[in-house]
Design a protein around this ligand. Structure first.
Ligand code: MSP
Length: 502
């Protein structure tokens, strides 16, 4: 792991409001950023998100809304920003592809590649899926349907500009093989390798004639054409954090990115087009690209175009923000697909949040109130003698190799969020079991003050550590726990997660 961490989400299309799928990637990026800020220091983490605003999709959506494309983008971008605020997303920068800093860099990149001979003019004949803004080669199209969204593709034929992907196919294949951590998880890497081994790439058509599409960045060397939206959008990862100097050398404090995060739907663009674009421009590769799975509703991918969206705002209103963040990252291992249902949210809420975490905090504070007048017994005041079970828990937290912190952190760094949360819950459950087995009410009855003090100290330490480790996942809950626990005297409030009736 490097000493800085630059992480990106995809730039989301502004053709409609954000849904649960967009929030998933962005929340995962937020968790990683918060974790890394703690590890490397605030100043060494850069979290970039933003919006993809050019192209046919947006032009059409704007037309339907009777707005200009820019006016339409200006409206929808606010929804994204508002949602990110509501979901407690700690991004450092938000880039829109209509911003000058981005447009300038896209034009520079095009010029460099054109001069180098990696972009050339030709006639394009092939399949095109407008909703996906994607070209498909003959072998990928069956019955004139898009292999991805399954809608009809169009046969198009026009003069365009092409980027020489073909020239770099062998280079890319070796690069991926030589850098096993470049594409993650492994199953996705294998998929890309297979694709590259079995298919000869076509050069990428990176322009659209203005008559067909006007909403885009004009090619600097052919103003009658605008830039293909994918070529435009991918450049954001470098345009947001640096620029080309007069000699065409790209300079940036943050590049290369440590991680581009996305779902598997846009892996090919990130794992094939993007590395080749960078390589052709003489720019270093990002460290890794991770493609996670999809949230589905009744076995269908949740998406704007399928119209089966789940609105994050509704879920947050019903169950609370941190329950939402928790559910998304806990219920499904990162990388796999998952089915979304409110019953599953309620189940997780009641068992993990209300019964396990909420109960541990509440019962501990209640005992501190009852047995110690609300004062947290001072662990430094005289040596504490823990019982065997207590000592085992203390060892996990404070033992020489800080096992608890380590396993939680390692899982996050492996992008295994559900595992990381499972580790946190293991200790919560251990502590709850400890309460049940110790029967503190008996210790109190028998006035065993020393034992009671040791017992409570174990719980307080667990809760403090759990709150700290939960911070990247559930920032509000983490501070609420620390606030209720106080420093010397508790500030007991209402239960953190009151049980829901299902
Ligand atoms: N604009 C392009 C990306 C350009 S990046 C330079 C795009 N935009 S998008 O709005 O369609 O967003 C796609 C991304 O949104 C996915 O890769 C994923 O991060 C997220 N998701 C959208 N729907 C999703 C699910 N149903 N499940 C999980 N994530 C999903 O593609």
């Amino acid at each position: 792991m490097k000493s800085k961490f630059y992480i990106t989400t995809p730039l989301y299309y502004v053709n409609a409001s954000p849904h649960i799928g967009h929030s998933y990637t962005t929340i995962a990026a937020d968790v990683l950023s918060r974790y890394m800020r703690k590890k490397l220091g605030e100043e060494n983490v850069w979290f970039l998100t933003g919006t993809d605003e050019h192209g046919q999709k947006i032009e059409k959506a704007a037309e339907a809304a009777k707005l200009t494309a820019q006016g339409f983008a200006d409206c929808v971008v606010l929804k994204f920003k508002e949602l990110w605020k509501g979901l407690n997303i700690s991004y450092n920068d938000f880039i829109r592809t209509t911003e000058e800093r981005h447009v300038k860099t896209v034009k520079n990149a095009l010029e460099i590649l054109y001069k180098k001979g990696d972009i050339y003019e030709d006639k394009y004949v092939g399949w095109y899926c407008t909703p996906c803004e994607t070209f498909w080669i003959d072998s990928q199209v069956i019955d004139e349907n898009c292999p991805d969204c399954k809608r009809k593709v169009e046969r198009i034929s026009e003069t365009n500009y092409f980027f020489k992907l073909t020239k770099y196919q062998d280079w890319l294949l070796s690069y991926i093989k030589d850098n096993p951590d470049f594409i993650k998880p492994d199953s996705r890497k294998e998929e890309v390798l297979r694709f590259l081994e079995l298919n000869k790439l076509n050069d990428l058509c990176i322009s659209r004639p203005k008559e067909r599409l006007s909403w885009g960045i004009p090619l600097p060397f052919a103003p009658g054409h605008v830039t293909y939206v994918w070529f435009d959008a991918l450049v954001n990862y470098i345009s947001a954090v640096g620029e080309f100097n007069a000699d065409g050398k790209y300079q940036s404090r943050w590049w290369p990115a440590q991680l581009h995060l996305m779902a598997k739907d846009i892996l090919r663009q990130h794992a094939v087009y993007w590395p080749i674009m960078l390589h052709a421009l003489g720019i270093e590769m990002p460290e890794s690209i991770f493609a996670h799975g999809w949230w589905m509703l009744e076995e269908e991918k949740i998406s704007k175009s399928r119209g089966n969206v789940v609105n994050p705002v509704d879920i947050v209103r019903r169950y609370g923000l941190d329950a939402y963040r928790y559910f998304l990252l806990r219920d499904v291992p990162f990388g796999l697909d998952g089915n979304f249902s409110e019953e599953a949210v309620i189940k997780r809420y009641n068992s993990d949040l209300a019964n396990d975490l909420g109960n541990l905090v509440y019962r501990t504070l209640t005992m501190i109130e009852k047995y110690f007048d609300g004062n947290i017994p001072d662990s430094k005041e005289g040596r504490i003698k823990y019982d065997l079970k207590g000592q085992k828990i203390i060892n996990l937290i404070e033992g020489e190799d800080f096992v608890f912190k380590k396993v939680v952190g390692k899982a996050i760094e492996d992008y295994n969020f559900s595992q990381s949360l499972t580790e946190i819950w293991n200790i919560i459950n251990l502590a709850n079991k400890y309460v049940e087995e110790t029967k503190p009410w008996n210790l109190a009855k028998e006035s065993k003050q020393k034992e009671l003090r040791a017992f409570i100290t174990v719980l307080v330490k667990v809760i403090r550590n759990v709150a700290e480790e939960l911070m990247p996942f559930m920032p509000d809950t983490s501070s609420a726990i620390l606030e209720q626990l106080g420093k010397d005297k508790i500030n007991k409030g209402d239960p953190l997660f009151p049980r829901l009736l299902s």
